[in-house]
Design a protein around this ligand. Structure first.
Ligand code: ADP
Ligand code: MG
Length: 263
């Protein structure tokens, strides 16, 4: 049965999508069966995985709003080696349409039940808001992974996210936990980056992953080619960091490298 991981932070531009796409590619390269679900109407994860959002008959919108079969919506990322439930702008309307539905925060969880046996891991790329789409992600998830940039206001925003996870745990999904925090776009020469990184460790202790993702231009270039950064230039520091993070995360989850892993 797949473990479901929500990649969430209500701040935009902190590296959620980059982490989602690269982790999906990393886990696939380790032989695991991965489904990446794009919960953001901006559809950056969809495009980053090489799926063209302009030419989709069905997206996650039809799953959430119209009860479409998940198996008929999913696509395969040839560049990344994993499956994708794509999104496009339609998803922005889903929030409004779901408001009047019964158990509106449980829609995604319900849809995933059918296909959980097909995967080892399901990754949810959440939008930059604590909205109904993110809530659907948190209700469907076993754990939350929080990417964050080490900048001055980073910790402030974390409080809201941690409180939201706490509320979800209390009322909607008792099993949810914060798996860990991943420091992204780190500039090792910046003292501010280092100060925030230290503060983080003080607050969250061993929840903070040891692996740090450096700021690396190759990771930023890759999405325009529809290739996960870690495969676009395997030798780049960014690619190597995401592979190290993949292994650290697998160790934390007790997951083994599968026999079929590519070298
Ligand atoms: P989010 O999904 O949280 O909004 P993204 O993953 O889309 O954040 O990242 C925001 C921007 O920063 C994107 O243009 C992305 O390509 C870039 N980016 C993300 N991580 C890195 C990194 N480690 N180094 C350089 N650029 C990065
Ligand atoms: Mg994003």
């Amino acid at each position: 049965m797949a473990l479901t991981l929500a990649i969430a932070n209500q701040k935009g531009g902190v590296g959620k999508t980059t982490t989602a796409v690269n982790l999906a590619a990393g886990l696939s390269s380790r032989g695991l069966r991965v489904l990446l679900i794009d919960l953001d109407p901006q559809a950056n994860a969809t495009m980053g995985a090489g799926v063209d959002k302009q030419h989709l008959q069905q997206t996650i919108y039809q799953i959430l709003v119209e009860d479409a079969e998940l198996a008929s919506v999913r696509q395969h990322s040839d560049s990344g080696g994993f499956d994708v439930l794509p999104a496009n702008r339609d998803l922005a309307g889903a929030e409004v349409e779901m408001v009047s539905m019964m158990a509106r925060e449980q829609r995604l969880k319900g849809a995933l039940a059918d296909i959980k046996a097909d995967y080892d891991l399901i990754l949810l790329d959440c939008p930059p808001a604590l909205n109904l789409l993110t809530l659907n992600g948190l209700v469907a998830a076993d754990s939350v992974l929080i990417p964050m940039q080490c900048e001055y206001y980073a910790l402030e925003g974390l409080t809201d996210l941690v409180n939201t996870v706490r509320m979800v745990k209390k009322h909607l999904n008792p099993k949810i936990d914060i798996l860990g925090l991943l420091r992204t776009m780190v500039d090792s020469r910046s003292t501010l980056s280092q100060q925030v990184a230290e503060q983080l460790q003080k607050h969250f202790g061993n929840k903070v992953f040891d692996t740090v993702i450096p700021r690396n231009v190759r990771l930023a270039e890759a999405p325009s080619y529809g290739i996960p950064g870690m495969l676009y230039d395997k030798t780049s520091r960014g690619a190597q960091a995401y592979l190290a993070f993949t292994d650290e995360l697998m160790a934390r989850l007790g997951l083994q490298i599968a026999e079929t892993a590519s070298a």
